[in-house]
Design a protein around this ligand. Structure first.
Ligand SMILES: C[S@@+](CC[C@H](N)C(=O)[O-])C[C@H]1O[C@@H](n2cnc3c(N)ncnc32)[C@H](O)[C@@H]1O
Length: 232
């Protein structure tokens, strides 16, 4: 189990953790990120949490097999609640949906206020996360994309502060991705546009008020994506 090789998504997520940090990996499941961080000498101590018993047992087993039981503290509980005061300086929220990530940050607001930075990797609804961060006193200081097969994942590095957003499209396509011309940005735009086109196709046959509204939203969003694609 030693010399763990992470997938592209997990590798890029782990690479955002600053050397010498004390992270909490929220929703750790297999504990691959904590193991990687300790194994590679990036962090001395990591807290690995999960809300469910199954993942906690899986994490415990993997950590024991790697011989890191002293360095990786496993705790069961919802979101940020298992974290003790001053125990960590950053939190990883990876592999969860955007709505869940927002409710973890919202329910754990007091804990979140004590954490210096966050590495957030939403599986869906990254736009919901960006919007939440924007309206709740966070700034996204870096963003990256990871590709695994046909899928493209978004990784947000976040701290307390505020951002300037002058167009809603930046909730869809992270501003930092555009500014730094992420090498996967074009692929990501194509990927997202195909998803929107798929939704449009499904909605075109429906005539309920909701569907018509949604269709208009999707068509407008598609136009925005096309506009960003032209800028690049
Ligand atoms: C798909 S796994 C992701 C595992 C790992 N973080 C990754 O990125 O590969 C999601 C994990 O989040 C856990 N989870 C779901 N809701 C949670 C919550 N409110 N607090 C903590 N963990 C949660 C689940 O039990 C599950 O183990």
């Amino acid at each position: 189990m030693n010399d763990m090789k992470l997938t592209e998504r997990l590798q890029l997520t782990a690479s955002k953790i600053k050397r010498g940090s004390f992270p909490a990996d929220i929703g750790t499941d297999h504990a691959y990120i904590p193991i990687y961080l300790v194994e590679n000498g990036i962090c001395k101590k990591v807290v690995a949490t999960d809300v469910r018993k199954g993942p906690i047992e899986r994490a415990r087993k993997n950590v024991r097999l790697c011989g890191f039981a002293e360095s990786i503290l496993i705790k069961q509980g919802y979101g940020l609640s298992p974290i003790a005061e001053d125990e960590v300086d950053c939190a990883i929220l990876a592999g969860m949906g955007g709505h869940l990530i927002c409710s973890i940050l919202e329910k754990g607001r007091d804990k979140a206020n004590q954490i210096d930075y966050f590495v957030i990797q939403p599986m869906q609804f990254a736009s919901v996360v960006r919007k939440y961060l924007y309206y709740n006193g966070y700034t996204i200081y870096d963003e990256s994309l990871a590709k695994e097969g046909a899928k493209i994942y978004q990784i947000l590095s976040v701290e307390h502060g505020c951002d300037k957003i002058d167009d809603d499209i930046y909730f869809e396509i992270g501003k930092k991705l555009i500014e730094k011309k992420d090498p996967l940005l074009m692929d990501y735009i194509e990927y997202s546009m195909n998803q929107i086109k798929g939704i449009i196709l499904k909605l075109e046959g429906c005539d309920s008020e909701n569907s018509i509204l949604r269709l208009k939203e999707c068509s407008d969003k598609l136009k925005k994506y096309e506009e960003v694609r032209r800028w690049l």
